[in-house]
Design a protein around this ligand. Structure first.
Ligand SMILES: *Cc1c(COP(=O)(O)O)cnc(C)c1O
Length: 355
């Protein structure tokens, strides 16, 4: 089906035990690779055996972090179809990230076709146990060898695939979140809305601090006043307060999540009052203490919906929904996961079958 040449591996690997899949630890037999140079633009797209790369130590990516990535999943439906969830949105986001990082534009059609091509070759690697999937990681690195600070003239676009287990072994599990009021992730005019490795490197310190204190994730506050809620770790934040659902607006410092966008669609269609507006951490705690904060959850490709059971900010702690999964969190998860796996009718045309 695809126009990309395929070279199959001569040494297929053993597939990991579907009952003990860890996130992002094992990779399939093949990968996609494409190159960019100034003369030919993006060219030489191909599916080849998964293998180490050979790069010059002077490659720009190692020194100045000119790198972007994406993340999505392929699911196998009960009747054996291979489904991608809104891959066109990942391609659109890639266009915006590339612009921000001075990476040459990659055609959105080519990107979606490349994802389909490599997933098709490794479709037998998609685990079938409930909750499992094939995580797809497209990324671009600047591999030109030079130590000047300017956009590189040579790049690699690659896609690797990793069979992954359910994010939470026992189904949805409420998490404990630490509100970070020292370190920040993004500032206006910075790169918060771009999906780039650099944003993750600068977030590690806070993540480690939260883990040491016994929390699973960090809730990021705005970079200027440390007052407004931005994101939760690597996912977007939602608050169900009174009869309204509130999520921080996309304004340059927040990653425009595809799960976030899907949840906004669903909530509006289900008749909920939804607001994309700035919300202070103080408002969240006041609502929590007054008993108006009914539910809170994070959205992202990895866990889809991740309910939050406890929040800690400075010396204060609040428990949300008695630390249990809320009805709306569960409904959103069931619907989205159902569409992704082909069990619920795809009323929005969100899935793309890899044929
Ligand atoms: C990828 C990502 C998200 C979630 O985006 P999805 O498209 O829903 O997976 C949220 N925040 C950050 C920082 C991210 O990198």
């Amino acid at each position: 089906m695809s126009s990309f040449p395929v070279t199959k591996t001569s040494t297929p690997k053993a597939k990991p035990d579907p009952h003990h899949l860890k996130f992002g630890r094992s990779f399939t037999d093949h990968m996609f690779m494409m190159e960019y140079d100034e003369k030919e633009g993006w060219h030489n797209g191909r599916v080849i055996p998964y293998a180490p790369l050979s790069l010059e130590p002077a490659a720009v990516v190692f020194h100045y972090a000119q790198e972007m990535f994406e993340g999505l999943k392929a699911y196998k439906s009960k009747d054996g179809r291979v489904l991608l969830f809104r891959p066109d949105m990942n391609a659109k986001r890639t266009t915006r990230t590339n612009q921000r990082l001075c990476i040459p534009a990659l055609s959105e059609e080519v990107m979606v076709e490349a994802i389909q091509a490599v997933v098709d070759v490794d479709r037998d690697w998609i685990p079938e146990k409930p909750g499992t999937s094939l995580y797809i990681r497209p990324f671009i690195i600047a591999d030109e060898p030079f130590l000047g600070v300017s956009p590189a003239a040579h790049y690699l676009f690659m896609i690797i695939l990793s069979p992954v287990g359910p994010y939470y072994e026992q189904g949805l599990m409420p998490t404990k979140i630490f509100v970070e009021d020292e370190y920040v992730r993004a500032t206006p005019g910075g790169t918060g809305e771009a999906k780039i490795g650099a944003n993750y490197a600068i977030g590690l310190k806070a993540q480690v601090k939260a883990h040491e204190k016994g929390y699973e994730q960090v809730l990021w506050l705005d970079g200027i006043e440390r007052k407004y809620v931005e994101e939760i770790g690597t996912s977007n934040a939602f608050f169900f307060i009174g009869d309204e659902v509130i999520t921080p607006p996309l304004g340059g410092t927040i990653l425009p999540g595809i799960t976030r966008d899907s949840v906004l669609h669903l909530l509006k269609d289900w008749g909920y009052k939804v607001q994309e507006r700035r919300i202070t951490i103080e408002e969240v705690f006041e609502a929590g203490k007054a008993g108006h904060l009914k539910e809170m959850w994070a959205t992202g490709t990895a866990a889809v919906i991740s309910p939050v059971g406890e929040l800690s900010w400075k010396e204060e702690k609040i428990t949300i929904n008695r630390g249990e999964i809320g009805a709306l969190s569960q409904r959103l998860y069931d619907y989205l996961y159902g569409v992704q796996t082909g069990a619920v009718e795809d009323a929005y045309g969100w899935t793309l079958e890899v044929k």
